[in-house]
Design a protein around this ligand. Structure first.
Ligand SMILES: Cc1cc2nc3c(=O)[nH]c(=O)nc-3n(C[C@H](O)[C@H](O)[C@H](O)COP(=O)(O)OP(=O)(O)OC[C@H]3O[C@@H](n4cnc5c(N)ncnc54)[C@H](O)[C@@H]3O)c2cc1C
Length: 420
């Protein structure tokens, strides 16, 4: 074992938090391994249309980190990979990772000839299943690495052979098998982020029973120019432009039956999405049903600006029921209007459920002795010295806070490489 090996750091999760930890640690000289289970880096942020509060595209921030990774030979990246086992202790961990086959190797130029010849389609997970893609696909237009993926369901079929024959660069490898790799690292940063709360569990809000009820993460894709409708915010049932929309805040959040905590970003996300709708369709009307609006610190100005639009109405009251009007396809939302002291009812083209952030570790634990709170967030960095956490796997955070937290995690991880 060389000195360099024992100074290595493993970062699990290639979202904004993991990327930040990785580049910060690599730029002070540490060798870093990034293990990401999706075929690309960027995490949930890559799926946003715009960032609040500046409303710039997420590619701005991500591209800078991708460039830093490309330029840094100390970073090794494993996509479609997960950690299977961790043993050892701070300064000297043995980690087994499993890499699932992509069936496309690094010769890929991203030309797309392999996808052109294939007809089988699969749900597009990048767009939360709102459209379909070919079973040979680039995960999205700015994917890093810019490399195609072949879905395992066509392996062994003529479709896969056609894709292989169409590739001039010898990049399709249909014999690829899952691989296992052992890494020796001094410290580990767990940055596996969050999943959207499953809206199917909130029965009274009608998700998946009413086609014009979607979630906030779906709304990001609906507004995005590279989303399922090319950026047109329209009803999923019939493609009608959205003239009226209601946002249901705390959908499953701050609710003992679902997730008791506040996800911090959902109020801002809905205010941002109200802005998407208002910008695209100046005659549109927006209603936001909320329990409390949480827009702390510098976000207060953003809230004031959006709430000041005369076509945006905020109603304090928890939504009790969401139903479809079968005659028009519109959606009826009923809530208690706390300030008005009556029942409030809105009939709109589209309803967005502002679902919260559930930690990935609620279902997918770290294969080591790490402590969690009652909701599955990682709470303790000290239970297992040398294993740290960063970003939304610890608590719901915006991007700026995640990045700050990830920088702090990089420092702790570096300390573990020298404190032995
Ligand atoms: C609707 C909505 C809109 C939002 N809009 C904004 C906004 O405009 N501005 C803002 O600042 N914030 C916004 N946020 C918050 C933002 O999404 C988070 O701050 C950000 O995603 C946190 O990044 P992360 O890296 O901690 O987690 P993630 O983005 O979840 O990244 C985690 C990564 O880890 C990977 N991973 C998961 N499990 C494993 C595993 N077992 N092994 C390997 N890899 C794994 C995932 O595939 C993913 O790539 C929004 C949130 C929501 C819900």
């Amino acid at each position: 074992m060389t000195n360099l090996e024992t100074q290595s750091i493993l970062v699990v999760g290639g979202g904004t938090s993991g990327l930040t930890t990785a580049v910060e640690a690599a730029e002070v000289g540490r060798e870093v391994f990034i293990v990401e289970k999706r075929p690309y880096l960027g995490g949930r942020v890559a799926q946003l249309y715009q960032y609040f509060p500046k409303l710039c595209p997420p590619s701005c921030g991500l591209e800078i980190n991708f460039r830093r990774i490309r330029q840094n030979p100390r970073i090794r990246l494993f996509t479609m990979a997960e950690v299977e086992n961790i043993s050892g202790e701070a300064g000297n961990f043995d980690v087994t990772i499993k890499i699932n086959p992509r069936y496309v190797n690094e010769n890929c130029t991203g030309c797309g000839a392999c996808a052109e010849v294939v007809t089988t389609e699969i749900p597009n997970v990048f767009n939360y299943g709102m459209d379909k893609i070919k079973a040979v696909y680039l995960p999205h237009q700015f994917a890093f690495p810019m490399r195609y993926v072949i879905d395992p369901q066509i392996i062994g079929t003529d479709e896969a052979t056609k894709a292989k024959d169409a590739c001039k660069y010898n990049a399709v490898d249909l014999q690829m098998q899952p691989e296992r790799l052992n890494l020796r690292v001094a410290s580990i940063v767990w940055a596996t982020g969050w999943n959207p709360y499953d809206a199917n569990k909130i029965e009274e809000l009608g998700f998946s029973m009413i086609p014009n009820v979607i979630t906030n993460v779906m709304m990001e894709r609906l507004a995005a120019w590279n989303g399922p409708t090319g950026g047109k915010i329209q009803r999923l049932s019939d493609g009608k432009p959205v003239d009226s929309i209601a946002f249901v805040q705390c959908a499953g959040s701050r609710d003992e039956n679902h997730m008791p905590f506040c996800s911090y970003v959902c109020c801002l996300a809905s205010l941002k999405q109200a802005n998407y709708v208002r910008e695209q369709n100046p005659r549109s009307k927006v209603v936001i049903f909320y329990i409390d609006i949480r827009a702390l610190g510098r976000y207060e100005d953003f809230y004031t600006r959006v709430a000041g639009d005369e076509n945006v109405t905020l109603i304090k009251g928890k939504v009790a029921k969401v139903e479809e009007d079968p005659a028009t396809g519109q959606v009826i939302v009923e809530a208690e209007d706390i300030y008005g002291g009556s029942k409030s009812r809105a009939q709109v083209d589209l309803v967005v459920l502002a679902t919260g952030m559930e930690p990935s570790t609620a279902s997918d634990k770290v294969p080591a002795d790490v402590a969690y709170d009652e909701n599955g967030f990682i709470i303790s960095d000290s239970k297992k010295p040398g294993i740290y956490s960063a970003g939304c796997v610890k608590k719901p955070m915006d991007v700026a806070t995640s990045n700050r937290d990830a920088t702090a995690a990089a420092l702790k991880a570096i300390q573990s490489t020298v404190r032995r």
